[in-house]
Design a protein around this ligand. Structure first.
Ligand code: CA
Length: 423
């Protein structure tokens, strides 16, 4: 029988005060080392617990998982066992790491096999994403974009307060933090009076987002309610949904985002479970007009996640350019999932759903360059004296996020990608 995870618990593994990965977090990822094949790991402090090694040494006896779920290039096989099994595994690892438990702690031979320094590990894309959906659920972001591109007095389109608006993105170009991207090329129409032109995007942007990963959903034709949604969500990661604004503004009518969005989206390597985030839940905004019954929900379904975006120019320093919070979302994950499936659309194990750009109410909390530099009219100053309207070649965009309450910090690490010149 596994214990309840306690806020006063500590691990016998040293965890620095500001670590994103205390024993209350225990996020899942996929890693390999010079001597270990790709496998499931759980982060603790700046170490990784090799879950496959735990299995081989008999520590996971009684859990309904197979060796092949753990020695694997993705978390999908483990996730396909469902929420209860994944939760049992996490609680089991919690017990082993808790400071009063001597079983693993005092076995030097086993420790050498189970505990891996994050410095010696290579993280891999943790989820084989089948389908990727991107929502547009921040009211501030939708209002800012509507103000810039349409009518400041009527920035939100008529459906926005009734529907968690979204579109189907592209799963094949979701990449792991650390992998660089190439500046995309495409069509744009910089001069409204002249024909369109082709070339590297001149308005490359990031979008500060969070994404959630799903367990296997219901069969085609069935729906997941807002009350059921938590049971279908494995966990969350940081997500940079790269966007080419010049390509976007020319192509998006009438069917929405296409090549401006599908060239890359970067994700952080650790999936933080919904369970670990539970204590950071907060109420959401009052939704007015009242939503349709299938979008109503009860309880606190928003989450207080502090978010930062930084730009590091080539050979330069990190420049903090945005501080936002996931709590600013208008539509929560439960509503997004309920809406996604209300027509009978079936979600699968390993689907990814991104929040949409997370902008807060203040100018320094906007979640994209488009908004921060207000369509290029208010360039941001870097500490080297250079200015940014959008993202330059050689820039690295870094996003970090964590929850913190009552001295407990549960974080996501970071997602970081460098922009290389167009190929
Ligand atoms: Ca997006």
């Amino acid at each position: 029988m596994s214990s309840k995870i306690s806020n006063s618990a500590k691990s016998w593994i040293n965890v620095e005060t500001n670590s994103d990965f205390p024993i209350q977090n225990l996020p899942f990822g996929i890693f390999k080392t010079a001597s270990k094949s790709a496998r499931v790991g759980i982060a603790i402090g700046n170490q990784i617990v090799d879950v496959k090694a735990l299995f081989d040494l008999g520590y996971l006896h009684g859990l309904n998982i197979k060796s092949s779920d753990l020695e694997n290039c993705y978390l999908n096989d483990l996730m396909s066992n469902g929420k209860i099994v994944c939760s049992q595994l996490r609680h089991h690892v919690y017990d082993l790491l808790e400071e009063s438990n001597d079983s693993l702690k005092n076995n030097k031979e086993h420790l050498a096999k189970v505990i891996v320094s994050q410095n010696e590990a290579t993280m891999l894309l943790p989820v084989k994403v089948g389908d990727y959906t991107d929502f547009y659920s921040s009211r501030e972001h939708a209002t800012n974009v509507g103000t810039m591109f349409r009518d400041p007095n009527n920035a939100l389109l008529p459906n926005w307060l009734h529907i968690p608006v979204g579109y189907h993105g592209r799963a094949s170009s979701i990449i792991l933090s650390g992998e660089p991207i190439y500046r995309p090329k495409g069509q744009s129409k910089p001069d409204p009076e002249a024909p369109p032109v082709y070339g590297p995007s001149a308005r490359l942007d990031f979008e500060l987002e969070m994404a959630f990963v799903t367990f296997e959903g219901k069969p085609l034709g069935d729906s997941i309610s807002t009350a059921e949604a938590d049971d279908y969500i494995f966990g969350m990661c940081l997500f940079n949904d790269w966007s080419a604004r010049d390509i976007q503004s020319w192509e998006y009518v009438p069917l929405g985002p296409f090549l401006a969005k599908n060239f890359a989206s970067s994700m952080s390597p650790w999936i933080v479970t919904l369970e670990a985030l539970e204590q950071f839940r907060i109420p959401g905004p009052v939704q007015n007009p009242k939503v349709l019954p299938y979008l109503e929900y009860s309880g606190n379904k928003h989450i207080d996640i502090k978010l930062q975006v930084l730009i590091e120019p080539e050979n330069g320093n990190e420049n903090l350019i945005c501080q936002s919070n996931y709590k600013h979302m208008y539509w929560n994950m439960n509503q997004q999932l309920a809406h996604h499936t209300i027509n009978g659309c079936n979600i699968k194990c390993g689907d990814m759903m991104a929040s949409g750009t997370i902008s807060g109410p203040t100018e320094d909390s906007f979640g994209s360059m488009l908004e921060l530099a207000w369509k290029g009219t208010k360039p941001l100053k870097m500490d080297d004296g250079s200015e940014r309207k959008f993202i330059n070649d050689g820039d690295t965009v870094i996003m970090r996020g964590y929850c913190e309450k009552d001295g407990i910090r549960v974080g996501f690490g970071e997602v970081s990608s460098k922009v290389l010149p167009a190929k």
